[in-house]
Design a protein around this ligand. Sequence first.
Ligand SMILES: [Cu+2]
Length: 659
Amino acid sequence: MKFLAILLGLATTLSLASPLSAQEHPLDPLTQPEIETAVAVLKREGKLDDKARLPTMVLDEPPKAQVLAFKPGDPVPRQAFVVILDRSQSKVYEAVVDVAAGKLVSYKQVPGVQPGILVDEFVFPQDLVRADARWQAAMKKRGITNFSDVQIDVWAPGILSQAEVAEGRRICRCLSFYRGGATNPYARPIEGVIATVDMNNEKVLEVIDLGVVPVVDHPSDFDEKSNAPLREAPKALSITQPQGESFTIKGNQISWQNWQFRVGMDPREGLVMHDLRYNDKGKLRPVAYRLSLAEMVVPYGDPAENWTWRNAFDLGEYGVGRLANSLVKGADLPPNAVTRDSVFVDDYGKAYVQPAAYGIYERDAGILWKHFDFDSGHDETRRARELVLGFVATVGNYDYAFWWILGQDGSISVEGELTGIMLAKGVKQATVTDSALEKTGRMVAPHIVAPNHQHFFGYRLDMDIDGTGNTVVELNNQSLSELGQRKNAFGVVPTVLATEQDARRDMNFASARKWNVINPTSKNAYDTPHGYLLVPKENAIPYMDANNPIRQRARFLDHHLWVTRYVPGELHPAGLYPNQGRGGEGLPRWSGTESIDNQDVVIWYNFGVTHNPRPEEWPVMPHHKTGFTILPNGFFGRNPAMDLPNSAPPPADRPPAGK
Ligand SMILES: [Cu+2]
């Protein structure tokens, strides 16, 4: 996690170059002055001492009705939600501060929970472990005497022992990698050595050494020099917008090609889309109130004692938003991108700016629609343009890019890119000498096995199609061979998901299952309800046993789709505190028997990538793209992009037809 220290070092030393202007909207993220007010109020009320840390300080979003009733010029309700970790007493508190009035609204202790890992906690356990005689002995056994050559990564503890549960400690587990002068320490795991640290008492509780697996030097570095000779770079490809971008940004509101929405960067969820509307011939129609990545979990499938506990809840335990890279144009983003800074809060309540924390750009997206008329030679083609918004988070060895993509055809897509370095296991063997070696993973380099694992992404989609009263209809295709002679007929069978319980649903390949979110009271010219269709792509089911404590904590993965009634504060499908959690929090608790027919509903869509590693994914994996789409389905009544001007040059300027 050295990178994190560097990243934060960089971020915290920057002055607030461009503080956001005064708040205009109830959903704007907290500003530096608001953060300062919240901290001052907590101090004044005696709620923050020197040992207290702030794992969370975010905007306490007002209830939806209040936000929807808001008109520009109205007083803006502004509250901060704060989680306080009192390290001296190992207690956790939640506070709400009205930052407009400078008042403490609420303050309560929350027993039996642990917030995610603090920024400091990525750093100080490293020194504790390096100074520990048991860990030093384990290193010496492996011929390592210069301890600063060892990189130590701090992980949330995953599965706890009975003693650890009973003691109620706040703990982390530390993995060791031999960095030396290498750029890729993850290629040199110091296998079998795990240190457990009590973070509130700053003590190494235990060092486990399961026996020496030699740390073998082999070429796995990823810098240019280590991979020479380099191939010739392809010829320059210019991406320019000489007339500037086609979107406009006003505060946190963005407009582009009939779309209008607000954005906010959340330290836990990353880039959140708010109040998404489509300008349909002058009428600003609501589509979604809030769209967010809500949780992730990455379970590993290796049965070795030092691997079974490894499961990353990348939002609840680490916070992908605050792990956002400062994006680089020409690398992370195309040169025509616009980058935006974000204001976050450090462990001590100090605001800092993360420069270029997210990016916005337009990209060419192939053909949007086309038809060439053979008889007349008439050709109409519309080139697709997409608006892409997102960020890139590095969580230890892995790197994730998360994008929201809006189309000119009214489509909304989620694209995730998985890259970075697979978590590797050191083995004694240099080749696959026995099949057991690849039973739960794949040898990707001599002495390196990358264990099978899965990446699960939980998205929270608060859709509001033409208003808050929405219904979710499941669509299943089935053969209708009783119709006609040739037994070719098939059709879609719609089923209303009437209650929260009915709306715990799974993928079905056989019926090409999709879910339609409709407004039953808002209909198109053919008297069918306006709707948006959730179309899954890649997905997975978790292979971990249902009783495994991690699986219990990730019960949102019991189903690919859940629908619940909108309730303010229900944002995180594994609960607010998955770290060291007892399980069962979040969606399983919220999904009851309430009616969700023509109600304000929230759609929870979970999808997974089952990662069976390939040697071609070593030492750094080429991006794996995944995601899903949400398409207008009767929302417009016809192709909303018919009004785009023709992209093709006039016939006289075209090359001869290729007949
Ligand atoms: Cu993976």
